[in-house]
Design a protein around this ligand. Structure first.
Ligand SMILES: C[S@@+](CC[C@H](N)C(=O)[O-])C[C@H]1O[C@@H](n2cnc3c(N)ncnc32)[C@H](O)[C@@H]1O
Length: 223
């Protein structure tokens, strides 16, 4: 199941089909992250990190950032585009690329172990859980719980299709899904919702649809 998906992601990077990549730092991250009041030196895990500039911003806040990314093209692009010269070494099944406070483990998230990752204070998830097909999301969360500590919190940004929620389509909405996947172990706080009418760039003739950008803070129940 994950194998088929991995092939598609690797192909995406080869074909430069990376519309998900943001050319700047995510504004909801810069706006809401400081409320977490994390200590300098806290270790932040960024699953399915791509070449996100958010990692640079997090490192500038004084955090140790550890991303995991399947595609070596993405990892190479991250360091090259930010003019950073990483050192590389093997860590278990992964190649670890590191420069300053940013480390990226290149390999499959589903093969990560707790030892590969070390102690993690907070997880930053933007377009990681929701990038995966619905049938993989429970596995993604189960794996996350295995590889971080039971005191690790999650800061989660989602993009949700409001029309889909309104029409109660057969698919479980993302908000409901987050509740199903996380509520047993985490208190879920929806910290912010931003509603925007957007034209789908792939269907520019269609009328704008309402998209909701949400910030969730998941605090572990055992923290
Ligand atoms: C939608 S992108 C989001 C990237 C990043 N979080 C961002 O905000 O730009 C999802 C990323 O996850 C990576 N990915 C998908 N499956 C993975 C897996 N099993 N292990 C590690 N990375 C994976 C893809 O290569 C892709 O770069």
């Amino acid at each position: 199941m994950t194998g088929r998906d991995n092939v598609l992601w690797l192909q995406c990077w080869r074909d430069r089909q990376t519309d998900f990549h943001q050319t700047g730092v995510n504004q909801l991250l810069t706006q809401f992250w400081p409320n977490l009041a994390l200590a300098q030196g806290s270790r932040v895990f960024v699953p399915l990190c791509g070449k996100s500039l958010d990692m640079i911003w997090l490192a500038k806040q004084g955090h140790e950032v550890i991303g995991v990314e399947l595609s070596p093209l993405a990892v190479r692009a991250f360091f090259r585009e930010n003019r950073l010269q990483p050192v590389r070494r093997q860590v278990g099944k992964f190649t670890l690329w590191k420069h300053g406070r940013v480390s990226i483990l290149c390999g499959d998230y589903f093969s990560l172990s707790k030892d590969d990752l070390g102690q993690i204070d907070t997880v930053y998830d933007r377009a990681a859980l929701t990038a995966l097909p619905e049938d993989l999301r429970p596995l993604y969360v189960a794996q996350l719980k295995l590889i971080v500590q039971d005191t690790t919190n999650v800061f989660l940004l989602t993009t949700e299709d409001a029309e889909e929620q309104d029409t109660q389509s057969q698919a479980l909405g993302v908000a409901e899904e987050i509740k199903t996947l996380y509520s047993e172990d985490f208190k879920i706080d929806l910290a912010h919702v931003e509603s925007v009418f957007e034209v789908d760039p792939k269907a520019p003739d269609k009328s704008p649809e309402r998209t909701e950008y949400k910030v969730y803070r998941l605090s572990t129940r055992s923290g």
